[in-house]
Design a protein. Structure first.
Length: 254
């Protein structure tokens, strides 16, 4: 009996190790556009793991010096990168949060990894009328899978774009998987657009119309004027300060 146990235990341990795994199974990338060229990006990755790998994941989670590259190696994935990034610009305010263990059962468990950042210069704009601007998404800012036929979403990914309330879609290609257009092919009042697994993005195009309020127009005008005449304004302030100092000196010593 003792010999039998000595034979069975190593086999059980070996079987446990064989079925130990940590896999990234899904990517969700959401771009929140606004009335400027900067966008808020939120990317979530679902991690599936065996119960025997939970301890290993928690060790990764508690480590404070792991880079994205370290996490990518640990999870054996190439999805842990910024998928919205203008190569001629930059990102900022980057945060990375490995989430707690969720959906645990007798055999498996899950966790969610979340990346948040600001991506700059992901849209361009042109004025088409009084207080009306068309914003166009910069397709070169997409950083998804590169296939033989061009860029495409991975098979286990979803890409979402959210436009501000009060704006309207001008054109889109390819057509989103969600929402469905109405009977004349329009997307009335829609603000969320999604593309699902494997969607080709080689000729991706997306533009939307922003109508400024009168208040926004006035604010934008004075902000632009301030940026264009910053040096002159500083010089004027210095001159006024000098005149005030001279005036006070004359009054004091007169």
């Amino acid at each position: 009996m003792r010999k039998l146990l000595l034979f069975i235990i190593p086999i059980c341990l070996l079987s446990t190790n064989v079925f130990a795994y940590i896999n990234v199974t899904y990517l969700n990338t959401t771009v929140i556009l606004n009335k400027s060229s900067t966008a808020q990006v939120v990317e979530t990755l679902i991690v599936n793991m065996s119960n025997s790998s939970i301890g290993q994941y928690l060790q990764y989670r508690q480590a404070i010096n792991l880079t994205l590259s370290d996490w990518s190696s640990a999870l054996h994935t190439d999805l842990l990168i910024q998928h919205i990034f203008n190569p001629n610009s930059s990102i900022s305010n980057f945060t990375f949060l490995p989430g707690p263990i969720i959906n645990r059962n007798s055999q498996t468990a899950q966790a969610i990894l979340t990346m948040r950042y600001l991506a700059y210069n992901v849209t361009t704009s042109r004025n088409i009328g009084p207080r009306k601007f068309v914003y166009t998404f910069t397709s070169s800012a997409l950083n998804f899978e590169h296939t033989k036929s061009g860029e495409a979403l991975p098979l286990n990914a979803r890409f979402n774009i959210i436009i501000p309330k009060g704006t309207s879609l001008v054109s889109v290609y390819p057509e989103p998987d969600y929402p469905y257009p109405n009977f004349v092919g329009n997307y009335n009042n829609a603000t969320l657009f999604s593309w699902y697994e494997g969607e080709p993005l080689t000729e991706f195009g997306f533009s939307y119309l922003v109508t400024q309020s009168l208040q926004d127009e006035v604010t934008s005008y004075f902000s632009s004027m301030y940026q264009n005449f910053t040096q002159q304004i500083y010089l004027l302030l210095i001159m006024l300060s000098g005149i005030l100092v001279v005036y006070i000196a004359v009054k004091v010593f007169a």
